[in-house]
Write a new protein. Structure first.
Length: 126
């Protein structure tokens, strides 16, 4: 049975989707933009600033599901400018300092609301 996960600590969905869905032992987190949930605005102009907020938003969604970042098994990063890849990696590493999850990074031409980066995740209840 699937269960919708909602967190007040992350921005509400900007479209017809859930922040996350729990299905069996897995939690599928929708892509998070670097939106500050208190203001609804992007957290800075660079991908490095925004990815920090993306990951804080993912933490909030995972917490609502009873999980943490250590339960993440796969992430996908969508990045508007691959020139920011190194900076994004630096900010990302602070959230996954030990045994980081599998990951893909995809270059995209645009993201919603003018964001520079978006991060989605899959977590597992081990």
């Amino acid at each position: 049975m699937n269960k919708v996960i909602r967190s007040e600590g992350a921005p509400a969905a900007v479209g017809p989707y859930s922040q996350a869905i729990s299905s069996g032992d897995l939690v599928f987190c929708s892509g998070q933009l670097g939106l500050d949930p208190a203001t609804g605005r992007l957290a800075g102009g660079s991908a490095k600033e925004q990815v920090k907020r993306c990951l804080l938003n993912l933490e909030a969604v995972l917490s609502a599901a009873g999980l943490s970042m250590s339960d993440v098994v796969k992430t996908t990063i969508f990045l508007v400018d691959m020139e920011e890849f190194k900076d994004v990696n630096e900010a990302y590493a602070a959230f996954f300092d030990e045994d980081p999850p599998a990951r893909s990074t995809v270059g995209v031409s645009t993201l919603p609301l003018g964001a520079r980066v978006e991060v989605e995740a899959i977590a597992s209840r081990r």
